[in-house]
Structures are given as structure tokens and as C-alpha cells.
Design a protein. Structure first.
Length: 480
């Protein structure tokens, strides 16, 4: 479709036409599931609207579409733009049902999809076209995936799913894992669920109308945030998150290091965040005592190194594998035995405790909720029967914000050429820390905290370790 037209008595009016670049590529794309955008300003919402108009023009009364934003206030922006275009094409609006019907019988619903249960309202519905604007606003793909069952047509219309988004938001990780990481832009691929997908990047330069009508647009964007944030908006960089908790203190080339043998005088322990339907996370840590490391560097006493991890997921971001507590505990001991040696422990004497290169793995912090008893037995009690014990993480009022600030200070200390305060480093084998922690968004209502709807399980477990108190009752030294 070159344009959406409305015949008049004297001429044919062009109501909407795709701009060269991203919008034209989107409309021409035959792939079932398309995610597009990345940068700010390429005309993503207009692209979705235009793609639907093309679908409606082509299939007429057999075209059934539904357009989603996560919340109703955000949907109002879409309603305003649709209200500018559709009446000029003769479409009729049902205000109470937020539905538009074309002269040829095509029908589009405008809806919001806030929580997972909202998707159940569409059970049994049939849509040949689905659009999701600002996909990373959804913290989980669960409601999105539920609606795949509704993407079908009794009239044989080729179905299409179209989504847009920028880096950031609580759903950044799952969107990146699904659309960005598997294949380069423009190259279709088949996902593990058998669905063909493609990522079409959008650039500001694709929106010639905006640049012509508002030439100062990007100057205002540049003045609205720090350089790293502006770069994410400008170039669609998915390795950082606009407004994230750690964006300004994380540098992969500094914080991610090659593994080395842990000196015998360093302390080694583990931390744990429980999860079943959501992932669990186990992290193993080495704490410097100020002696020289095998890589030739000397780190301040109290510097933490994440040396290993175990992430309990099912392979899909933010979805757990539903292992039992005893199974997790057994898995922890098995992994620790693989890391080093095993020696007998007195609690119980028949179970092994483990050392890494000759060092015993000490008890570490876990979310105190694992000791909440269910019918008299807690998750922590179940794990203790196998020989895995934990200390209770600091959960006092305000501890979350204090913990995040402590992590930030440790990451920032590591950026110094000659750090004087304890830093935080990650072995490059800890892929889930690297995947999830640097991209954590802030809570939009409480900027001192992370968005708890995001994939924050590794971060929580790491925060417990950063806040751990030693035997003398004080945290590792840090100059405030």
C-alpha cells in the first residue's frame, strides 16, 4: 500500500502514507511477528496504525484488529491520533466500546492490557491483526503470549502481530531476549516456540516529517538527560536502559573480568533468592582481604567478586523452573563439589560441605521469607535437611534502598583507577548477572528502588550479599 486514500469530488486526498525507511519496511514485511523501533522519534505509533490500515484495506470485512497499550492513560495518545485519521477515511467510532469500523467492514478495537488476568477477557476472540505499542512496558510476556491463541482468522486472512518499543522499561530483558539477541536487525529467525520473528530498527532520520516540522526536537531531547540516556534514545542501544538503577555506574569492560584462582586467605560464601514460578538465584562470592590477587592486582579489603552462579529459570526471561527446595539444595552442593573439593561436615555428618580450591564455602544470606513456616516446615528448613543453611538477609525498613545504594557505590568504586573503597566485580561466566542486573529499571513511583516487576532476582540476591554483616556485626568497610 503506497497510501491510504479518500476520494473527494475534485481530487483524491492522501490521508496517510508510510515514510521511507522503518514505516515502509514494516508495512511490506511478511513475517508474522515483527518488533520495530529502538530509537526515539521514528514514528513507531504511526507505523502501527498505518500497518493496520493496510491490513484493513486489503482484507475488508474479514480484517479484525486489536491495538494495545498497557494502561488506559497511555492508550489516550493512540486514540487521539486515530481520531485524527480515521474519520477522514469514513470510519465510524463507537465511543463506549472504543471500537472503529471502516466502510468496508474492517474493525479495530483499542484496548489496554495492564495485568496478566486482563488477557483472559479475550478468551475465544479472533483477531487477524494484533498491535502492541511500547512493548517493554509489559514486565512479563505472559499476557502477550496468551493473546497468541486469539491470533487467527476464520476467513483465511494472513495474520500479523506488530509491536514497537524503546530500550528500557520493566520488560526490557524479555523483549531484548526475544527480538534483539537471536538475530541481527532485518534478518528473520524462528524462535524456540516456532514463531517466525524479525526486528526492524527505526531511526530518527526515518521520520522526515517530524524533522521538517519540528527541527529543534532533538535539541530538546539532548537537554533532557545525561549523555548515556540520550545515546540510548538516539541510537536504540539495548545494552543499557534509560533511567536504569545502575546505568551511570556500570561499565562492562571494567566490572566483568576473567576468572582467576581465589587466594586462600579470601572468604568464600553464597547468597540466595528463592523462586518457584519466578526464577531463583544462587550466587557464589569471594571477598578480598586486601592481599594481591592472581591477576596481579590488589583490591581494597571487602571488595566482592561474583565467581559463580546458578539461575533457576526455564529458559524464558523471568519464568522459574518450579524446583523443590530440597532439589535446589542438592543442586547447590553438587555444583560446589564440582568447583573444588568436598569435606565432611558435622551438620549432618553424612552430608558434604564444600570448598573451592581448599576454602570452605561459608553460610551466606538469603531472603528471610524462606523461613516463613508452611504447616510447620519452611523452605529454609527443607534445605537444611540436605546440609544447605543460610543467614537471614537484612530486611529492616529501608534496607532495600540502602542495599541498592550500597551496590551502586561498590560498582562506582570499581571504576576508579586505584580504588580505595571496596568494589564489585563479576566473573564473565556469570551470564545472568550480566544479562539482568545492568538493565534493571527504577521504580517510576519510587526512584530509589528498582521496578519489582522486572527480572530482579539476581539483583536481589546480590544485594543481600552486599548488605551482609560479618561476625563482628558490621558490614565490610566503606567510606561514606
Amino acid at each position: 500500500m503506497a497510501a491510504t486514500l479518500r476520494p473527494t469530488r475534485r481530487r483524491t486526498e492522501v490521508v496517510w502514507a508510510p515514510q521511507p525507511g522503518f514505516q515502509r519496511a514494516l508495512i511490506a514485511c511478511p513475517v508474522l511477528d515483527v518488533f520495530c523501533g529502538g530509537a526515539r522519534g521514528p514514528g513507531k505509533t504511526d507505523g502501527l496504525i498505518g500497518d493496520w490500515l493496510n491490513h484493513a484495506d486489503r482484507y475488508g470485512a474479514a480484517a479484525r484488529g486489536i491495538f494495545f497499550r498497557r494502561t488506559y492513560p497511555k492508550l489516550e495518545e493512540v486514540e487521539y491520533r486515530v481520531g485524527e485519521l480515521f474519520p477522514r477515511l469514513g470510519w465510524q467510532r463507537n465511543v463506549s466500546r472504543r471500537t472503529w469500523t471502516a466502510p468496508n467492514g474492517a474493525r479495530l478495537l483499542l484496548r489496554y492490557l495492564d495485568v496478566d488476568a486482563d488477557a483472559d477477557n479475550y478468551h475465544g476472540h479472533q483477531y487477524s491483526w494484533q498491535g502492541f505499542d511500547e512493548l517493554p512496558d509489559w514486565p512479563s510476556p505472559v499476557p502477550i503470549d496468551k493473546l497468541f491463541a486469539c491470533l487467527r482468522s476464520p476467513y483465511g486472512v494472513p495474520c500479523a502481530r506488530r509491536s514497537t518499543g524503546n530500550p528500557g522499561g520493566s520488560g526490557h530483558n524479555w523483549v531484548k531476549a526475544r527480538y534483539i539477541d537471536p538475530s541481527p536487525p532485518w534478518v528473520p529467525f524462528t524462535g524456540p516456540d516456532g514463531i517466525e520473528r524479525v526486528f526492524i530498527p527505526g531511526r530518527l532520520e526515518d521520520n522526515a516529517i517530524l524533522l521538517r516540522q519540528d527541527p529543534d526536537y532533538w535539541k530538546r531531547i539532548e537537554a533532557s538527560g545525561p549523555e548515556w540516556l540520550v545515546n540510548a534514545w538516539r541510537w536504540g542501544i539495548w545494552d543499557i536502559v534509560a533511567g536504569g538503577m545502575f546505568d551511570d555506574v556500570w561499565r562492562r569492560d571494567v566490572h566483568v573480568i576473567r576468572p582467576f584462582e581465589i587466594p586462600r586467605t579470601w572468604r568464600v560464601n553464597r547468597s540466595f533468592d528463592w523462586g518457584s514460578a519466578k526464577p531463583f538465584s544462587v550466587g557464589w562470592w569471594a571477598e578480598s582481604d586486601g592481599t594481591e590477587a592472581p591477576n596481579g592486582k590488589t583490591y581494597p579489603r571487602g571488595t566482592l567478586f561474583r565467581i559463580a552462579e546458578w539461575y533457576g529459570w526455564n529458559g524464558r526471561p523471568n519464568e522459574g523452573c518450579r524446583m523443590l527446595a530440597v532439589e535446589i539444595a542438592e543442586g547447590i552442593l553438587e555444583r560446589e563439589e564440582e568447583m573444588g573439593l568436598s569435606i565432611p561436615d558435622i551438620h549432618p555428618p553424612t552430608k558434604p560441605s564444600c570448598v573451592i580450591k581448599g576454602r570452605k564455602v561459608e553460610t551466606g544470606p538469603a531472603d528471610s521469607s524462606i523461613y516463613d513456616a508452611d504447616r510447620g516446615v519452611s523452605i529454609g528448613d527443607d534445605m537444611a535437611t540436605v546440609g544447605v543453611r543460610w543467614t537471614k538477609a537484612d530486611k529492616r525498613p529501608g534496607s532495600r534502598q540502602i542495599g541498592w545504594e550500597r551496590m551502586r557505590k561498590m560498582l562506582k568504586a570499581a571504576l576508579e583507577d586505584k580504588p580505595e573503597d571496596p568494589g564489585l566485580y563479576v566473573f564473565d561466566t556469570c551470564v545472568h548477572f550480566i544479562r539482568t542486573v545492568p538493565t534493571l529499571p527504577r521504580d517510576p513511583r519510587k526512584i530509589e528502588d528498582v521496578d519489582t516487576t522486572a527480572e530482579d532476582h539476581v539483583a536481589d540476591e546480590a544485594r543481600y550479599r552486599c548488605m551482609e554483616r560479618n561476625l563482628r556485626g558490621s558490614m565490610v568497610p566503606f567510606r561514606l
